[in-house]
Design a binder for this molecule. Structure first.
Ligand code: ZN
Length: 317
């Protein structure tokens, strides 16, 4: 039913070329993850699509004020660094590609529901119409879903399993007229609580989401399993490794089940979102990889053996 390779919307242009000592490694993460997948001999499971167009300033005006978009791309401080990241022309250009990657991945998943799509991106779910925030520059989810709604008349849901509440969608509702149609209320899903409570909350949300999909209110799903919902992350910590993996399994079992009930594949796009281990960034990459492997094993029966390798935190001296 599903093609066995994940369509990956990745170009080196979506990556910060020189890490200029930002705390967040997210601007580098797409490249680090692609290299990590190669090291783990998993590249054969991913088809890289690089020839998608970058966003223009007009695309960003869908979700942001002229003042912010102009300041961001011109490098006018303080607004261009309201994301808490150091500005450079190349970094600003990379944002045109990360946001466009998500849009093109979702669009492809709608046109080819048998393809699982993947936008290896982060840094969008805290931006608001007037500014960036907490390592996020532009509201990529809002822009992608508005463009999809205006082109196809379809509505989407976001399963945001980053460790932090993704406020970008809710904070944009007053600014973007048709956002309630593009991403209906209740479809920006961020599980609440820790450990078993988190798992239980996720299960409840999935039940509700299933009803919305089967009744034709939601037409595509975007799933971002941020690694900062892992308890060892520097900036998060809802789940143990087992719980983090269980969350992935619950989501992919859900996608499989709902697709069987629909008698066609639910359009699915994956994204990365947060993950901030300063001591061992491979732990972050390993969790993201384990999530992708779970997707392949559950949805295309890939039978890959991969255990997440999450380094135990050093106790503070
Ligand atoms: Zn986060």
């Amino acid at each position: 039913m599903r093609d066995n390779r994940i369509k990956t919307f990745y170009t080196s242009k979506q990556v910060l070329q020189k890490d200029n000592t930002n705390f967040s490694k997210s601007p580098l993460k797409p490249k680090l993850l692609i290299e990590y997948l190669e090291k783990q001999n998993l590249s054969a499971h991913f088809d890289i699509i690089s020839d998608f167009r970058r966003f223009s300033e007009n695309d960003f005006l869908v979700a942001h004020t002229k003042e912010y978009v102009s300041a961001f791309f011109k490098g006018n401080k303080p607004l261009c660094e309201s994301n808490s990241l150091r500005w450079s022309l190349q970094f600003a250009d990379s944002i045109r590609y990360t946001n466009s990657s998500l849009y093109h991945a979702i669009k492809h998943s709608i046109e080819h529901p048998e393809h699982i799509c993947f936008a290896p991106v982060s840094g969008m779910h805290h931006a608001t119409p007037e500014r960036g925030g907490s390592f996020c520059s532009m509201s990529g989810q809002v822009i992608a879903s508005i463009k999809i709604f205006r082109e196809f008349g379809l509505s989407g849901a976001y399963l945001d399993l980053d460790g932090h509440y993704g406020n970008s969608i809710e904070d944009s509702r007053y600014f973007v007229e048709d956002l309630d149609k593009a991403i209906p209320i209740g479809c920006n899903i961020n599980p609440f609580g820790r450990h078993q409570n988190y798992i239980d909350d996720l299960k409840e949300h999935l039940e509700d989401l299933g009803e919305k999909i089967l009744s034709g209110k939601i037409h595509y799903l975007v799933f971002a399993h941020g690694a900062d919902s892992h308890e060892s992350d520097d900036l998060g910590g809802q789940c143990s490794t087992a719980e983090w993996m269980q969350s992935s399994e619950l989501v992919y079992d859900f996608v499989k089940d709902v697709s069987v009930k629909m008698k066609k594949p639910l359009p699915l796009t994956l994204a990365l979102f947060g993950g901030y281990r300063q001591d061992d960034f491979d732990s972050v990459l390993s969790l993201h990889t384990a999530d992708l492997v779970t997707c392949l094993n559950k949805l295309v029966e890939a039978r890959i053996h991969f255990e997440p390798d999450v380094k135990v935190e050093e106790p503070e001296a």
